[in-house]
Design a protein around this ligand. Structure first.
Ligand SMILES: [Zn+2]
Length: 374
C-alpha cells in the first residue's frame, strides 16, 4: 500500500469542475471524481459550507483528504468530498459567505481574498495499492469525516464498468432495483444497502465466501447483468409463490429464502389460502414467520418454531393440573406443578388451539419426547 502526500491548490482542483448530478461530479481537469456516478450525495448545510470557506480564507488547515488512485492519472475522493464540494460550489456562485456583516459571493470578494482561496492548498493523501490492501486500510481511515458504509467502502475499491453498471441498477432512490423490490426488501439505495443485500444473496447462492470476493471476481466484467438478473429472479419468485401481498412481507430476507427454497415446487393458490388462514389464527404470534413456515413445513419437523405459537398461560395450566390431580397422563406418575409443562391435547397442526379445554399437563420428560409439540 502506497500513500503519498500531495499539496493540491484549489485552483487546480477547480479546473474543469463540473456537476453532472447523478452522473457524478468531476474536477482537477476531469481526472478527479469528487463524487462518482450514482453515489450518495453528502449534504453540508449552509453553515457548514460557509465554515469551510472561512477556514480556507484564513489559511487554516482543513483535515487531510484521501484520494484513491483508480487509473493511470485518475482519482476518486474517498474522504473530503463535502469539503471539496463546499469550496467548488462557492466558486460556482452557489452561496455567499458573510464578512463584516455583509454577504459576499465569490465575484464580490476583494482580489487578495479571492486569490487566497484559489491558492489555498488541500492536503491530499493519494492511496495506491491492491484492492484488498486498500479495503483494509480504508476501514481504518474511515473513522473520521464523512463515514462510509461497508458497501460504500467496497465500492471505492472495486471500481470499473461492473461497478458502474451495478450502481446504475441498485443505487439512488429512483433506481430500478428499488422500484422492483420496495414492497419486499428494506434498504437505502443511497447508502448502497440494496446493492449490499443483492450481493450477499448472490454470494450465498453461488457459495462464494463474501461480497469482497464476488466483487474481486467480477470487477472487470463489462456489466453487472448476472447480479441484476439474480435479483429480479428473487422478486419474481416471491410474487409467484405468494401472489397476494401482505405488509409484513417487507423486510424478510427474501434472497436467503429464494436461495433455500426456489427449487421446490409449491402450489400458489394453496399457499395463498394458508397465508390467510395463519394470519387469522390467534395462536400465531409471529406473522412474519408465516412465509418461511409454509416454504419449509413439509420437510422441517420443527417449522412451527417460526410462528412463535402462543403457549398456555398459568391459569390454563393450573386448571389442567388440578383436573389431572397432578398425574402425568403418559407415565402415570405424580409431579409438582412446576415440574410439568402445558401441552396441546389436539396438536395445533391438526387444528387444536391454545385454549383451556385443549390443555394437558405433561411431565418434562414425557413432553420432551413428544415430537408433535403443538
Ligand atoms: Zn410423564
Amino acid at each position: 500500500m502506497k500513500i503519498e502526500p500531495k499539496a493540491v491548490k484549489v485552483r487546480e482542483v477547480f479546473e474543469s469542475y463540473v456537476d453532472n448530478g447523478d452522473d457524478g461530479v468531476f474536477a482537477y481537469g476531469g481526472k478527479l471524481a469528487v463524487r462518482p456516478a450514482y453515489q450518495r450525495e453528502f449534504v453540508y448545510n449552509q453553515e457548514q459550507s460557509e465554515a469551510v470557506i472561512h477556514t480556507v480564507l484564513n489559511g487554516f488547515p482543513l483535515n487531510v483528504m484521501y484520494w484513491v488512485k483508480v487509473g493511470n492519472d485518475s482519482y476518486e475522493v474517498l474522504d473530503g468530498q463535502q469539503r471539496t464540494l463546499s469550496v467548488m460550489q462557492y466558486l460556482k456562485h452557489k452561496f455567499p459567505i458573510t464578512l463584516d456583516d455583509k454577504k459576499y459571493y465569490w465575484d464580490a470578494l476583494p482580489d487578495d481574498k479571492y486569490n487566497a482561496i484559489m491558492n489555498y492548498e488541500f492536503m491530499v493523501y493519494i492511496c495506491e495499492g491492491t484492492e484488498s490492501e486498500k479495503l483494509d486500510w480504508f476501514k481504518v481511515v474511515n473513522i473520521a469525516g464523512e463515514k462510509l458504509s461497508d458497501q460504500e467502502l467496497r465500492n471505492s475499491v472495486y471500481t470499473g464498468e461492473w461497478l458502474s453498471d451495478a450502481k446504475r441498477h441498485f443505487s439512488k432512490r429512483n433506481c430500478a432495483a428499488k422500484g422492483l423490490s420496495d414492497k419486499y426488501i428494506t434498504g437505502d439505495p443511497n447508502r448502497q444497502e440494496l446493492l449490499e443485500k443483492a450481493l450477499k444473496g448472490i454470494c450465498e447462492y453461488q457459495n462464494i465466501k463474501d461480497i469482497t470476493e464476488y466483487m474481486a471476481i467480477h470487477k472487470s466484467d463489462k456489466d453487472a447483468d448476472e447480479l441484476w438478473q439474480y435479483f429480479q429472479d428473487v422478486i419474481h419468485w416471491v410474487e409467484k409463490i405468494f401472489p397476494k401481498y401482505y405488509k409484513d412481507m417487507k423486510g424478510l430476507d427474501w434472497c436467503h429464502l429464494y436461495n433455500e427454497y426456489h427449487s421446490n415446487t409449491y402450489n400458489s393458490s394453496e399457499i395463498s389460502q394458508e397465508v390467510k388462514r395463519l394470519h387469522e389464527d390467534e395462536d400465531v404470534q409471529k406473522p412474519k414467520g408465516i412465509y418461511e413456515y409454509l416454504l419449509c413445513k413439509d420437510k422441517d419437523p420443527f417449522a412451527e418454531r417460526l410462528l412463535s405459537l402462543r403457549a398456555f398461560d398459568k391459569r390454563d395450566k393450573m386448571a389442567a393440573y388440578s383436573r389431572q390431580n397432578g398425574i402425568c397422563p403418559i407415565c402415570k406418575q405424580h409431579f409438582e406443578f412446576d415440574e410439568m409443562e402445558g401441552d396441546h391435547i389436539k396438536p395445533w397442526s391438526k387444528g387444536g388451539h391454545t385454549v383451556q379445554d385443549n390443555c394437558q399437563m405433561l411431565c418434562k420428560d414425557c413432553n420432551g419426547k413428544k415430537s408433535d409439540k403443538y
